[in-house]
Design a protein. Structure first.
Length: 529
């Protein structure tokens, strides 16, 4: 059956009780029902699950849903069972099932009762499951959290790399649906290539969350006091505070408690019962605040989280976007406050030290983006959206004034001549250097790499002498967002001139820039200047 023959609105109402599709859902559902490979990029809360659940319910056979999160699979299966009088409508297939339970699952699939089968990617590698699934009718395979397939995503899982081969074995023409809530252009490309679905219909919703307010503050030794003050000013509101380590989570939760704030800790070191209790307390509003590591939040659907604080800066903008995305899901206020000190970046770099070199380079490149986000004085929303490959009008766009930089703007100044110098250097060095090296060439700083290319002997070497390296770095970041330069991801950040950059060189225009924030270390403290 094709989408033309099914009254999808009627089915939407019948199964889910909704009168209308949300955002891009209708197009996605049609694409799936019409057996196309389909790629869905929608921020958290966008309504991704319905995109494959509805087609699965109306199509013949069983849809396989690959998801890395067991808790999430269970939630979805429970929700689906709630929609139907038949418990067999959805099942999870994983290693925790008993032999009898597996029998029931297989029986229900064979009978055609089961419309959705949730599996973890590692379960799909089991030969006996593959053999079984080959023998039944599969409507399509949906791959949730598809960014896990890419090393450039924030949650790379090697098992995801086998999916293409396995799906092929299940049947040559089974449509594949990939879904994710975060994907930079590079990750999107990886997903399509790795799954072999470059022909997919792609549906990408905007990543803009206009109701979220973004703010970065310097992290001083008084960070705990700063957090307490913030939480007290927002007393009675729900919030999440992310810390990097379990130890810090425990300490901060205690400090908050001692200061009269109802807070509980949450991290993977706590036993499952305590974790579940603390999560429930937060969901049921017995406590206002959860202090947590990133173990907390996957699949948390509390609509009225009013603030997300990062006590420690996360390791990538994707992570930051995901974690802050848990605020304001109901469309109401959501304050995203990050405390930043360069020292924390160095700490994260150290964590990576033992890893394979390629992984380190990726990690380093992702971290540098985080540094740029923290230090930039431009619209933070524009910066984030640019990172996800989206344009944003910082004057009239939705939520344009919702960040600290826009509310307290730094003075802009004309930088046309400097942009020309910068672009000239990128061009004349044959587009082989990363930002840091370009700055060195501009200010005329010699190092081994520059010597090896004999760049220091070139007439343009030191073209930007007399201005601070920080000025040049700020300019590079703003020129990147303006689209005059682009960063090559495969080479971990080599800068290239874009067509627009080329045009700018031929016919320079006014370019207003702001200097970055500088966070200086004095003693143990970081101060903003
Ligand atoms: P995601 O997986 O993209 O984070 P979900 O699938 O969890 O998003 O959906 C987010 C919320 O939106 C859920 O509460 C869901 O019930 C609701 N929702 C989904 N589709 C619709 C719709 N068509 N109309 C109204 N609410 C919807």
């Amino acid at each position: 059956m094709s989408s033309v023959e099914i009254d999808l609105h009627k089915k939407l109402k019948q199964y889910f009780g909704f009168n209308q599709f949300k955002g891009l859902q209708e197009g996605v559902v049609k694409s799936i029902v019409d057996n196309h490979n389909t790629f869905v990029i929608m921020p958290t809360g966008g309504g991704k699950s319905l995109c494959y659940q509805l087609p699965a319910l109306v199509e013949e056979g069983t849809a396989i849903v690959v998801s890395p999160l067991i808790a999430l699979m269970k939630n979805q299966v429970d929700a689906l069972r709630g929609l139907s009088s038949n418990d067999g409508i959805a099942h999870v297939l994983n290693s925790s099932l008993t032999k009898n339970e597996i029998k029931t699952v297989m029986h229900d699939i064979r009978e055609g009762t089961t419309k959705l089968l949730y599996v973890a990617p590692e379960s799909l590698t089991k030969e006996e499951y593959i053999e079984f699934l080959r023998s039944v009718k599969i409507s399509f395979v949906a791959i949730d959290e598809a960014h896990c397939i890419s090393e450039w995503g924030h949650d790379f899982r090697p098992e995801y790399r086998n999916l293409k081969t396995i799906i092929k074995r299940l049947g040559g023409d089974i449509p594949i649906i990939a879904l994710t809530a975060t994907a930079t252009p590079k990750v999107q490309e990886d997903i399509l290539k790795n799954l072999g679905i470059t022909d997919a219909n792609t549906f990408k919703a905007s990543f803009n969350r206009p109701n979220l307010f973004y703010e970065v503050r310097p992290k001083t030794k008084n960070v705990d006091a700063d957090i307490i003050r913030f939480v007290k000013q927002n007393s009675g509101k729900s919030g999440i505070i992310y810390c990097l380590s379990r130890k810090r989570v425990e300490e901060l939760a205690q400090t908050l408690q001692v200061n009269g704030i109802s807070a509980v800790p949450y991290h993977a070191g706590l036993d499952a019962k305590t974790r579940a209790r603390h999560q429930d307390m937060f969901l049921m509003e017995d406590v206002d605040v959860v202090v947590a590591t990133i173990a907390f939040g996957m699949g948390i659907d509390k609509p009225d989280v009013r603030f997300v604080i990062h006590h420690d800066i996360p390791k990538s903008i994707e992570s930051y976007y995901q974690e802050t995305g848990r605020a304001g899901r109901d469309g109401g206020e959501g304050h995203c406050l990050a405390f930043y000190a360069y020292k924390d970046i160095e700490k994260l770099e150290k964590f990576m030290a033992g890893k394979p070199v390629a992984e380190q380079e990726i990690g380093h490149a992702l971290l540098q983006e985080m540094v740029a986000y923290a230090e930039t004085s431009m619209s933070r929303r524009k910066f984030i959206l640019h990172y996800f490959g989206e344009e944003f009008d910082e004057v009239n766009g939705d939520g344009a004034d919702m960040d600290d930089n826009v509310r307290n703007p730094k003075k802009k100044h004309e930088a046309k001549d400097d942009v020309v110098k910068l672009l000239t250097i990128v061009q004349r060095t044959n587009q082989k250097f990363k930002a840091k090296e370009i700055v060195n060439v501009l200010v005329g700083k010699v190092n081994a790499l520059i010597k090896s290319h004999k760049t220091d002997e070139k007439p343009f070497f030191g073209l930007g002498k007399g201005k601070d390296p920080k000025h040049w770095m700020a300019l590079i970041r703003q020129v990147l967002v303006a689209g005059l330069l682009r960063k090559e991801i495969e080479t971990y950040g080599v800068l290239f001139l874009t067509e627009e950059g080329q045009k700018f060189l031929e016919d320079p225009q006014s370019f207003m820039m702001t200097e970055d924030h500088t966070y200086e270390t004095s003693g143990n403290d970081t101060i903003i200047t």
